[in-house]
Design a protein around this ligand. Structure first.
Ligand code: AVJ
Length: 306
């Protein structure tokens, strides 16, 4: 964290990585976001998964499901239910950065799915994919929630290549993508009326203060999120209401920021069928199936080794 934050806050524009949004309070706020009327991605992805799970399971009959960024594994139940009903599914591997979440999720799944072999792995998917156990039958890897959209193009391709290395020829990867659509609809999802997303954004300054003995005043910053059409992404920023001087004692760093400069805290990329196909190809994968929600609100791409 020390190195990330030093680099980000001495760069132009000033930026902080989105992973620092998620301490306990941040994860809680994110859960609240997923229930907001304006925030459509999770709901759309959940309905889409419910719709496609029986067919997907029937067509590939996976022996195991490996989920990256599994969180509470709630949406996954549609696939697990279908896999158990079909009789093919023997193992589920949950992989997440948060140990408490993985423990809770696997305890619940073990109760719910009698006889399913449930694994939990705590790790960072940029570094710990080698902790995933070897194959038991055909593998379906899941990367849901549009999390891939938080990464920049080079990082996305790098990660997709690493995931591709986990796949045998008949294995598949299912990835969730938020799609380019009516801009006001996208922007509303990141500017909710209740201000939960604003609190979620500002909470990053608490995380930085706690980690690096800092004195940022979160309330002195405004939430600012807009769709950057050129780059096809929502950018989330914190904009100081007046000149701010903060000290990060653990870094021996003083940060000065005044309007209109911002702290850039997150990018959430939005895709098209063409941009997904192109990215998969650049990663050594090929698109096998495209499942889109009504009105192209969200999509799931099923990919396999090229
Ligand atoms: C968890 C990365 C998918 O980009 O929509 C929600 C995070 N940020 N509201 C997203 C988020 C602001 C979310 N992802």
């Amino acid at each position: 964290m020390a190195e990330d934050v030093r680099r980000g806050l001495t760069a132009t524009p000033k930026r902080l990585q989105p992973k620092y949004l998620y301490d306990e309070r941040g994860s809680d706020l994110f859960e609240q976001i997923t229930e907001l009327p304006e925030y459509y991605p999770m709901r759309e992805e959940g309905s889409l998964l419910n719709l496609i799970s029986p067919g997907l399971i029937a067509s590939m009959a996976p022996g195991e499901i490996v989920e990256l960024g599994s969180g509470s594994s709630t949406k996954t139940r549609a696939l697990l239910d279908a896999g158990r009903a079909n009789g093919c599914l023997r193992r589920y591997v949950a992989f997440d950065v948060s140990e408490s979440i993985v423990r809770l999720a696997i305890a619940e799944l073990l109760q719910r799915y009698n006889g399913l072999d449930v694994y939990g792995i705590v790790g960072d998917f940029h570094r710990h994919l080698d902790k995933i156990p070897g194959h038991t039958g055909r593998r379906l890897v899941l990367f849901l929630g549009g999390t891939l959209g938080n990464l920049y193009r080079e990082e996305r391709i790098d990660l997709l290549r690493q995931i591709g290395a986990l796949l045998a020829p008949d294995d598949r990867l299912l990835v969730g993508f938020d799609l380019v659509k009516d801009i006001p609809l996208i922007e509303a999802a990141y500017n909710d009326a209740q201000g939960v997303t604003a609190d979620f954004n500002r909470n990053m300054l608490n995380v930085i203060n706690n980690g690096l003995d800092g004195d940022f005043d979160p309330e002195a910053f405004e939430h600012y999120a807009y769709f950057n059409t050129q780059e096809s992404r929502i950018e989330m920023h914190l904009r100081p209401k007046s000149k701010q001087v903060a000290h990060l004692k653990k870094l021996g760093l003083t940060v000065e920021i005044e309007p209109p400069e911002t702290l850039w805290t997150e990018s959430s990329h939005k895709f098209t069928p063409d941009s997904v196909r192109e990215m998969l190809t650049a990663s050594g994968l090929s698109l096998r199936e495209w499942y889109a929600a009504p009105k192209d609100m969200f999509a799931l791409a099923l990919a396999g080794p090229a």
